[in-house]
Design a protein around this ligand. Structure first.
Ligand code: HEM
Length: 507
């Protein structure tokens, strides 16, 4: 086979597809290996087959989300329809197996040493390295040190920080509605700022202002990284002194210097027995030194550089994902007013109009059901991937080492065989008796992943989202604005492409 050329084509799908055209030396056939840089879907087709992937709708309907899958995960949707639930495709010369069988998926998630994460692009590591990318002993060490920062008894101390950030956003909304009692607003940028603000406060505590500055830099870096990821990948190109590369390196240096400064101050305060360690960084540093002391060996702990990577990861992994959860929740509650009323009734009954505490949050059953259902229909991470580390048998098939495994989270969440004929409908009461009842104890629901590598920030995210939604429901009612266009699309996470224009009414 000989490589002919790379073609970067911007398809109607809004997905940018890198097509690698290859001519078969024997048959002379021209084949195209296509890789979607936005949704990571990859496929092989002969010329002309792209059309088959179908016209991707400009927008989809909120009444019955038929158009969502072809819009968000066009390639996977097409291949699943064409080839059935478990199929193989080619990523260049490597096979990629997509699976939707609950028992096989359970195996893949549970055996995290046999099925590891595929290596991410080195450019992506500029914004997200750390725990999410490690494997084996290094992963186990970091996970053990980081876990305590997300324990419930630590998270409950963060509720006031969630509250402060929420107050700031709602104060701004209150000003906007003050003259008429209502206003139209694209809430998407505000929700993104809210979750960034929350991470700055909860990660860095008293260094919150410095944290906000880091957040701005990480945001700027993500835009560059996104651009780089959707351009042609040339190994080593990131070291060329282009304007973008120089700026990315400068930002990286600034972020690291700022976080290093905060860490050094924290360590000094800890040595002097001062300050409280209720923030994520403080808890992580404390847990780190415990680990070192216990083993009398600094290799059992994380280095300062590793702690810096974990702090950056908190922003990256926790900010955008949680704002996605909140934005789709508000959009769906705007459409389904009956659920908005039920949620508000519950919030008022349980919390009144007073400040929110952990005990109150634990009693918000309807809100919980709503979040589960939103995460089913609009999971911020629409697909997960793994790589086979050694030749092994999975579901009766021999998979050679290096085979990639795709788990199409969103397609599984919409599958009628698993969820019934109303799978595409927003029906939070399917979760009225919890997740295991709704899934009939099958591994078919994983907005936060599953198994040992399940999201470490799951409780943090749900608690933050509950506080924010409860505060919004206490003060506002909301509906879709006529200018709202339902256009979910994937930019690493599942976002509303044209924003979320709602009409807010002060209560
Ligand atoms: C609604 C919000 C969130 C969603 C939907 C989400 C989703 C996920 C998913 C699907 C994974 C597993 C990835 C895989 O198996 O390949 C994951 C891992 C992870 N998440 Fe989250 N996440 C959210 C919030 C957060 C927050 C708030 C934080 C931290 C502040 C966080 C930190 C992490 C980390 C560090 C990992 C890697 C865990 C490991 O590999 O051991 N996430 N998340």
């Amino acid at each position: 086979m000989s490589l002919l050329l790379y073609v970067l084509s911007k398809e109607k799908t809004h997905h940018i597809v890198v097509n690698v055209w290859i001519s078969d030396k024997h048959s002379g056939n021209l084949m195209c290996y296509s890789s979607c840089t936005m949704c990571m879907a990859v496929g092989k087709y002969f010329v002309g087959e792209t059309k088959e992937a179908g016209e991707v709708p400009e927008e989809s309907s909120l009444d019955d989300d038929d158009g969502v899958l072809p819009r968000v995960v066009a390639f996977t949707h097409h291949y699943l329809q064409k080839h059935g639930k478990n199929y193989i495709m080619w990523m260049g010369w490597k096979p990629r197996v997509t699976i939707m069988d609950p028992d096989i998926m359970k195996d893949v998630f549970a055996k995290s040493n046999d099925f590891q994460k595929p290596q991410s692009n080195p450019i992506a590591q500029l914004i997200a390295s750390g725990l999410v990318n490690y494997e084996g002993d290094q992963w186990a060490k970091h996970r053990k040190i980081i876990n305590p920062a997300f324990h419930m008894e630590k998270l409950k101390n963060m509720v006031p920080a969630f509250h402060l950030s929420g107050n700031e956003m709602l104060g701004k909304w209150e000003k906007l509605v003050s003259s008429k009692g209502s206003c139209e607003l694209d809430i998407w940028p505000d929700l993104q700022s809210l979750t960034g603000d929350v991470i700055s406060r909860t990660a860095f505590g008293s260094n919150y202002k410095e944290g906000l500055h880091i957040f701005e830099l990480i945001r700027e870096q993500s835009v560059f990284v996104q651009e780089a990821l959707t351009s042609l990948y040339i190994p080593g190109f990131r070291f060329f002194p282009t304007k973008r590369n120089i700026r990315m390196m400068t930002i990286d240096r600034k972020i690291k210097t700022s976080i290093r400064g905060i860490i050094n101050n924290k360590l000094k305060a800890m040595e002097a027995g001062e300050g409280n360690n209720d923030d994520l960084l403080g808890i992580m540093l404390e847990s780190n030194s415990k680990e070192v002391e216990e083993h009398q060996n600094k290799h059992h702990g994380m280095s300062i550089d590793e702690v810096i990577e974990e702090c950056k990861l908190f922003y990256f992994a926790g900010q955008e994902t949680t704002s996605c959860l909140l934005v789709w929740t508000m959009i769906l509650l705007s459409k389904h007013q009956e659920w908005q009323s039920r949620a508000r009734e519950e919030v008022i009954n349980v919390l009144g109009n007073k400040n929110i505490d952990l005990d109150g949050l634990n009693h918000l059953k309807v809100v919980n059901m709503i979040f589960h259902e939103v995460l089913r229909l609009y999971p911020p991470i629409v697909g997960l991937a793994r790589k086979v580390e050694k030749d092994l048998i999975l579901g009766g098939f021999l998979l050679p080492s290096g085979t990639q495994i795709g788990i199409p989270v969103m397609n599984i969440h919409y599958d009628e065989e698993f969820w019934g004929g109303d799978a595409k409908k927003f029906k939070p009461d399917r979760f009225s008796e919890g997740i295991s009842k709704a899934t009939k104890n099958q591994v078919i629901y994983f907005p936060f992943g599953w198994g040992p590598r399940i999201c470490v920030g799951q409780n943090f995210a749900l608690m933050e989202a509950k506080v924010a939604l409860a505060m919004i429901l206490q003060r506002f009612s909301f509906e879709l604005s006529p200018s709202y266009v339902h256009a979910p699309h994937m930019v690493i996470t599942l976002q509303p492409q044209h924003g979320a224009h709602l009409i807010l009414h002060k209560l």
